[in-house]
Design a protein. Structure first.
Ligand code: MN
Length: 358
C-alpha cells in the first residue's frame, strides 16, 4: 500500500474519531508523503457523508492550523488540482446510480427493498448527494474514497453491514485482502485492537471474487498464457477461464487478462466504464453490442468496445475462443455486470452477418 493511501486511512480515522492532536501529526505526515492540500481537503469533505459536518469542520479547522504552522516554518506545500466540474447529462439520480454500479459492479435493481423502500428520500440523497455530488469530484480516485470510507466506518463501529458492503467494493476496485489486512493493522495502531478486530471479523466473511494474477490452476495449457481459474458463474454462462496478468492496482491504469471460453460459453451483458479492447488469439467466437447484430470474432481480430457500451462476448456454439482483454482507464472502475445472455439472444446469430462485418 502506498504512503499516500496509508495517510488517507489515518487522516480519515482520526477525523472521524475527533482526535485532533493525533490528527495534527497525521496531517503533517500526509503532506510530507505527497498528499496535496486539495486531496486532504477532499478527504474531509468526503467524510461529511459518514461522520457528519461537525467532525469534518473540526478536521478542516485543524488542517488550517497545520498549514499556517508549516508556512511559518517556510515549508511550501503543494495545493494540487481542483475537481473538474461534473457534467450532468442524465440527471443527478441516474448519475449517482451509475457511479454506485461502477463501484459495486452490480446493476441496481428495481423495485427498491429495505431502507430504500421504507424511506425513499434517503435513497435519493444517497444517489444524488453522496454518489453524484461527492464521488463525482475527481480530486480523489474511487479507491482513495473507499479507503477513507472504510476507515471512517471502522472508527464508528456498529455498522457491520456497511463495512461489508464497502469491503466488497474495494475488492471490486482491485484492492487485495492482504491490503485490507494491512489497513486494519494500521487502524489498530490508531484506534486500538477492539476496533480493528471488529473489521477483521467482517473481512473474514467477505470472499474475494477478484481473480488474482499469476494463478496457474489449470493444466492442459497449450496457449501462450495459463488458462487461469474458472470465471465466476454469476457473470458467465458455461465454462470460461480467466487469467489476470495485469491488475488495476499495478499502477498502470489498465488491466490485462486472458479469457478462454469453451464452445457455447459467454459472459453476461456488461459494460466497462473505461472501455475494453479484445485481441482474439485462438478460435471463433461471438461479440455483440446492445442493439447491434452478433459479430463473429476470430483469431487475429481486434474488437474495440467504447466506455459504457453494453455488450457481451464468448465462444461460438461449435468452437472455443480465447482473447486477451485489455481494460484501459481502470480509474473509471471495473466491469458493471447486468443480466445473463439468454439462449435465444445467443442463437440469434445469422450467418450472413459474418460477411457484413469484415
Ligand atoms: Mn467486455
Amino acid at each position: 500500500m502506498h504512503a499516500k493511501q496509508q495517510s488517507i486511512i489515518a487522516i480519515a480515522a482520526l477525523t472521524t474519531k475527533g482526535d485532533l492532536p493525533q490528527l495534527q501529526r497525521e496531517l503533517n505526515t500526509g503532506l510530507d508523503s505527497g498528499l496535496t492540500i486539495n486531496e486532504i481537503k477532499e478527504v474531509m469533505v468526503h467524510l461529511t457523508a459518514y461522520n457528519g459536518f461537525p467532525r469534518s469542520l473540526q478536521g478542516l479547522n485543524t488542517f488550517i492550523a497545520v498549514l499556517e504552522e508549516r508556512k511559518a516554518k517556510g515549508i511550501k506545500d503543494k495545493l494540487g488540482r481542483e475537481a473538474t466540474p461534473v457534467k450532468n447529462t442524465t440527471g443527478k439520480y441516474e448519475q449517482g446510480k451509475r457511479v454506485l454500479e461502477t463501484l459495486t459492479g452490480q446493476a441496481e435493481r428495481e423495485p427498491k427493498t429495505g431502507y430504500a423502500a421504507f424511506a425513499p428520500v434517503i435513497d435519493t440523497f444517497l444517489k444524488e448527494h453522496l454518489f453524484a455530488d461527492i464521488f463525482g469530484r475527481d480530486v480523489l480516485t474511487y479507491t482513495e474514497r473507499e479507503f477513507a470510507t472504510l476507515s471512517a466506518l471502522i472508527t464508528l463501529g456498529g455498522v457491520e453491514p456497511m463495512m461489508r458492503g464497502h469491503m466488497n467494493i474495494v475488492m471490486h476496485l482491485g484492492v487485495t485482502e492482504a491490503e485490507l489486512q494491512q489497513m486494519l493493522s494500521l487502524l489498530e495502531a490508531k484506534l486500538g485492537k477492539a476496533a480493528a478486530d471488529a473489521g477483521r471479523r467482517v473481512l473474514s466473511t467477505v470472499k474475494s471474487t477478484a481473480v488474482q494474477p499469476g494463478s496457474r490452476v489449470t493444466s492442459g495449457n497449450d496457449g501462450l498464457f495459463a488458462k487461469g481459474v474458472q470465471a465466476p458463474a454469476n457473470n458467465f454462462t458455461g465454462t470460461a477461464w480467466v487469467n489476470m496478468v495485469v491488475q488495476a492496482q499495478d499502477g498502470l491504469n489498465c488491466s490485462i487478462g486472458t479469457v478462454t471460453f469453451e464452445p457455447g460459453a459467454r459472459t453476461a451483458w456488461h459494460r466497462h466504464p473505461g472501455g475494453q479492447i479484445l485481441l482474439v488469439t485462438e478460435g471463433v467466437g461471438y461479440y455483440q453490442e446492445k442493439g447491434q447484430p452478433i459479430r463473429i470474432m476470430q483469431k487475429g481480430d481486434v474488437m474495440k468496445c467504447l466506455p459504457g457500451t453494453e455488450h457481451w462476448h464468448g465462444a461460438s456454439p461449435d468452437s472455443q475462443v480465447s482473447h486477451i482483454a485489455i481494460g484501459p482507464n481502470t480509474d473509471k472502475g471495473g466491469a458493471v455486470w447486468l443480466q445473463k445472455v439468454t439462449d435465444s439472444e445467443y442463437k440469434s446469430y445469422k450467418k450472413q452477418d459474418k460477411y457484413a462485418d469484415h
